[in-house]
Design a protein around this ligand. Structure first.
Ligand code: GLU
Length: 433
């Protein structure tokens, strides 16, 4: 491919917000262009006025920017070039390859023979032309149909590789016949596999066929979403699963994209996301939350405090959106039922004694020495005096968090610091009659 100048395009219709499938098409087009030193072009296919959605184009552009898929040309809007399509339709009428029909222009589809073409992903494809019928290329409202418009533009924009969803394969005889009528060569085609759910059915809204931005709102990092999307139909020959955009430009191979439908595996997305969450420093996560403003809203508490909480929860997080719920006790007094303080068969008396012991220990430690290590050492020493160490540590941890599960009490107290830790233990003592 060295002597041709690679040009790809992403050609969404502005009928809604950009979905995961659209992001994948954009990504593969971008990767293929960039790894070949070529150009990636954005074309807005806005000729279907009935399905046009206000704001969709802005969302598409913003999403591409968010993910770093910078286009070299565009956005080119088809609705701004109606004259061009009209002229092309007239050219076909003159060549007797098309005719007027109740105000619309229809292409005369040759019904004999077989259309052959080589698809980069699917290999040799043959489709009998008799499966097709004459089709409209220019509607009576003066707007072209997709069939005409995309093909004229791909030609005029010198697109070398058309990379798009495989729902277009069955119409390839139409496109081959149109190219033929114009006297043009076909570009190269790569038709991408459909996205499926785990039951191999078409993806529903609930399962992921939702706007890319919704994934960011749900607490997925953009790097994770992009990485996950790259793997929807493409797998490297190695075991590597975590890829930056730069890695993908190097490693992605269009010819290795699978033919069969790609399964959208939400558990895999969670896993990829948790990998990215762990790779980041707490400060980076905080900056990300402040920058993207989701999913927590922009943080307002003191950033050092937030960083410590992030560091504590980071290893366990699948999504950033879990943070507020998991860490709520850092922002408000815990609420819990007194029975939660009870470890195994402890009596109220024993619980009270345990909490009082904790309180005394805490009062004796200098506020400056409230490190996890120091607290752990002192408490574990003291725990030797109990039947089992849960008798000291469980009531303490519940007093601090109000929760059945949480990180350990020492790292929590390091973050809460002396005064707050003691007051929570005191509150727990008060809860027991
Ligand atoms: N506008 C078409 C769509 O959104 C583009 C298909 C193509 O890439 O040719 O499905």
């Amino acid at each position: 491919m060295s002597n041709i100048h690679i040009r790809t395009r992403f050609a969404p219709s502005p009928t809604g917000f950009l979905h995961i499938g659209g992001l994948r098409t954009a990504l593969y087009n971008y990767l293929f262009a960039k790894q070949n030193g070529g150009q990636f072009i954005l074309r807005i296919e806005d000729t279907d006025r009935a399905r046009f959605m206000e704001g969709a184009e802005e969302n598409i552009i913003e999403t591409l920017r968010t993910f770093g898929l910078d286009f070299d040309e565009g956005p080119v809007r088809q609705s701004e070039h109606l004259e061009k399509y009209k002229e092309r339709a007239e050219e076909l009428i003159q060549k007797r390859a098309a005719y007027e029909d109740a105000g619309a222009v229809r292409f005369k589809m040759p019904r004999d023979g077989v259309t052959h073409f080589t698809d980069i992903i699917h290999g040799e494809i043959q489709i009998e032309n008799k499966t097709q019928e004459d089709f409209i290329i220019l509607k009576s409202d003066g707007f072209p149909t997709y069939n005409l418009a995309h093909l004229v533009d791909d030609h005029d924009m010198a697109i070398t590789h058309v990379i798009r969803g495989d729902e277009f394969i069955s119409s390839m005889p139409k496109y081959a016949a149109l190219h033929n009528a114009f006297g043009w060569d076909l570009p190269q085609y790569a038709h991408l596999p459909l996205l499926l759910n785990k039951n191999r059915a078409k993806l529903s809204k609930r399962e992921g066929e939702i706007a890319v931005y919704d994934f960011l709102d749900k607490g997925y990092l953009k790097e994770a979403v992009l990485n996950f999307v790259a793997l929807l139909g493409w797998h490297p020959k190695t075991d590597q699963e975590i890829f930056s955009l730069e890695d993908l430009i190097k490693e992605f191979k269009l010819e290795d994209v699978q033919k069969a439908g790609a399964i959208f595996d939400a558990a895999k997305l969670d896993w990829v996301n948790s990998e990215y969450i762990r790779q980041k420093s707490p400060r980076e996560i905080l900056m990300y939350l402040m920058d993207v403003g989701r999913p927590l809203g922009r943080p307002t508490s003191k950033s050092e405090y937030l960083e410590k909480i992030i560091a504590l929860e980071q290893p366990r997080l699948k999504k950033l959106s879990e943070l507020p719920e998991r860490a709520d006790y850092f922002f408000k007094e815990p609420e819990y039922n007194a029975v939660l303080l009870k470890w195994k068969k402890m009596s109220d008396e024993e619980i009270k004694k345990s909490l009082e012991t904790s309180k005394q220990i805490l009062e004796q430690i200098n506020g400056k020495d409230f490190s996890k290590e120091n607290l752990e050492k002192i408490f574990l020493d003291k725990a030797e005096d109990f039947k089992d160490r849960g008798e000291l540590l469980w009531p303490l941890r519940v007093a601090l968090t109000g929760r059945k599960t949480s990180p350990g009490p020492f790292e929590i107290m390091e973050i809460l610091e002396k005064e707050k830790s003691i007051s929570r233990v005191q509150n727990a003592i008060n809860v027991i009659k």
